[in-house]
Design a protein around this ligand. Structure first.
Ligand code: HEC
Length: 157
């Protein structure tokens, strides 16, 4: 009898494991192809997935999401101009993240440099080192992907 209970527990753990693996494997989501976008940076901006297949992960507090679930465009808009938005318990004002705006320091005392923009994305700090507010996620992505994304921000007019 004890063994049966153990078996049931093991099966349950196995099933949960499978569901979790399915949810988090990229193949579970709709297929995104590199030919849908003009550049890898554009793809990352709109889908949070990379042509390299390397994972792009976003965290808002304790909530962590795998690429494809949430993208820069979802909050900052297709044109990068930002604006007011809503997500779960947050109403927020997403910044204008067109490169020209970041580099001229609009809304921030200190203009952003390329390195500071990458820091904002990967560490969640503004140009002056202050913590960016929710729901701006903290992103994990490869250095190549960060550079491609930065190049794309430079094309937003
Ligand atoms: C869930 C919504 C959301 C997503 C997704 C998101 N952002 Fe943000 N982002 C924000 C909000 C809100 C702010 C403003 C935070 C603040 O004022 O402290 C912000 C701020 C920023 C800033 C700092 C600008 C400033 O005002 O100093 C940069 C740079 C930025 N986001 C880039 C990105 C990039 C690049 C992506 C995609 C990889 C992205 N964000 C995805 C909501 C989001």
């Amino acid at each position: 009898m004890k063994n049966l209970k153990l078996a049931i527990v093991l099966i349950a753990v196995g099933v949960i494991g499978l569901v979790a693996v399915n949810l988090y494997s990229p193949s579970y989501s709709y297929t995104i192809s590199s030919s849908d976008f003009q550049s890898n940076g554009e793809r990352i901006y709109f889908t949070a997935t990379s042509n390299s297949g390397k994972p792009i992960i976003s965290s808002i507090g304790a909530m962590t999401m795998r690429g494809g679930m949430m993208s820069c465009a979802a909050c900052h808009g297709a044109d990068g101009k930002g604006g007011r938005g809503r997500m779960m318990m947050w109403t927020f004002n997403a910044s204008d993240i067109r490169y020209s705006s970041l580099a001229s320091g609009i809304g921030n005392e200190k203009p952003y440099t390329d390195e500071l923009i990458k820091r904002a994305i990967t560490e969640g700090l503004d140009s002056e080192g202050k913590k960016l507010e929710n729901p701006m996620p903290v992103w994990q992505m490869s250095v190549e992907d960060q550079n491609d994304l930065l190049d794309y921000l430079k094309t937003l007019k």
